[in-house]
Design a protein. Structure first.
Lengths: 129, 282
């Protein structure tokens, strides 16, 4: 093989560059801590569904709530966890416990770089009147 | 028999007439079916506006409009007609019913401020043109609903509505001066979304009357179920002369205007007590 040295060196540089994001993350101490979420401020101890389910599927649940309320005019949700009834409302029911959006919704959403558009229309109670 | 060109042409001609005739009959039948009043499964909510009870330029009109617009965070870009958003508004009587071509109009109706809003038609043209089903007629009570999550802002419905009941948010509604303080019991809309009156579906769900009706003390607006023969709206419509906007279009609007002479209010004093509501009319 001609120019073995150059080729191997070039390959080495390529591999290092291509994998640099992985190295960077592994070596940098600045990898952010998992966000601390605000605990319910009104003393409530249970969510509409189990904590793990909510963590993974709250977006689907909210989508279903949205369609059920607006399109089917059904406004009460019965928890599969506790059998209790909840009013399907983002501003009223969810934010009743998780009262600070920046410390609850935004904490995770910023961490995972997602940008839901709920609040373009829906009102954060404390920001209203 | 020998087949000839003459015989073939006769046969073809007869067949053509037959086919055309049967298609015409079929179309006729379908058209007449469409003219049946569409039946909703449950209620048929309607609003009756008793023009007899409004004075010519009533402060109550502003109160009603404010009640609706405050309850629903309707943006008000003052003095900017291009960006106007309205759920309920007023127009001169003659303008509101321009197709009637009034000549020598009764003095009390001339230039009378008349409340206008979404007519929640039985046969709404707006829902038919929506490409995303963001607006539809609710089968349970006939309310023409909006799903602002789903509206893509194409404005077909704005064009289709013959009553001008739909407004488009050209600007971010939250930038409107009046939404500096938002009523936090109701969402706002975002830029690029069409909005209109929904007969206060959120209040109906709680068993309340629409905000405009609640703003009235003396039964100026009466709201109820037309499918219920005993309802106030049915009673009013069967006893009084009412008109609707642009009836010739076949949209079957469900907002009715009582246009009788205000002096008829005295005639029916006992009956009037019934729809005076719990307002405690002396």
């Amino acid at each position: 093989m001609y120019d073995t040295g150059k080729i191997v060196a070039g390959l080495a540089v390529f591999v290092v560059l291509a994998t640099s994001p992985l190295w960077y993350n592994a070596l940098s101490a600045a990898s952010p801590e998992a966000p601390e979420l605000q605990q319910p401020t009104n003393g409530s101890t249970e969510c509409v569904e189990a904590k793990d389910y909510m963590r993974a599927n709250h977006m689907d649940l909210l989508d279903t709530w949205r369609d059920t309320v607006v399109r089917e005019d059904v406004r009460t949700y019965t928890s599969e966890l506790s059998g209790k009834d909840f009013t399907m409302s983002l501003s009223d029911t969810c934010l009743d416990c998780h009262s600070k959006k920046e410390q609850f919704c935004d904490a995770c959403h910023t961490y995972s770089a997602v940008d839901p558009y709920c609040w373009d229309c829906h009102v954060i109670p404390e920001e209203g009147q | 028999m020998k087949s000839s060109r003459r015989r073939f042409l006769k046969f073809a001609g007869l067949s053509a007439v037959g086919v055309a005739g049967s298609t015409a009959v079929a179309t006729r039948t379908r058209a007449s079916e469409e003219h049946e009043p569409p039946v909703t499964e449950g209620k048929r909510l309607a609003l009756v506006i008793d023009l007899r009870k409004f004075s010519k330029d009533d402060a109550l009109l502003a109160k009603i409009t404010a009640a609706c617009h405050d309850a629903h965070n309707v943006p008000d870009f003052v003095d900017d007609p291009k960006n106007e958003v309205k759920w309920i508004w007023t127009e001169d009587f003659e303008t509101a019913f321009h197709e009637q071509e009034f000549h020598y109009i009764r003095e009390d109706l001339k230039g009378k401020a008349t409340l206008l809003l979404c007519n929640h038609c039985d046969n709404p043209p707006c829902t038919r043109v929506c490409p995303t089903q963001a607006t539809w007629k609710r089968a349970s009570d006939g309310v023409v609903m909006m799903d602002w999550h789903r509206c893509i802002g194409c404005r077909y419905c704005v064009v289709a509505c013959p009553y001008g009941s739909r407004s488009f948010n050209w600007k971010d509604p939250r930038k409107a001066p009046n939404l500096a303080t938002i009523n936090n019991t109701y969402p706002t809309r975002m830029r690029g979304v069409v909005e209109k009156c929904t007969f206060c579906d959120e209040r109906l769900a709680r068993g309340q009357q629409p905000a405009c009706v609640e703003a009235c003390d003396n039964g100026e607006l009466v709201f109820g179920d037309l499918n219920d023969p005993g309802s106030e709206v049915r009673q009013l419509l069967s006893e009084r002369l009412s008109i609707r906007r642009k009836p010739g279009l076949g949209t079957q609007p469900e907002v009715y205007y009582i246009v009788e002479d205000p002096r008829t209010l005295q005639e029916t004093a006992p009956a009037a007590e019934v729809f005076e509501g719990e307002g405690g009319h002396a």
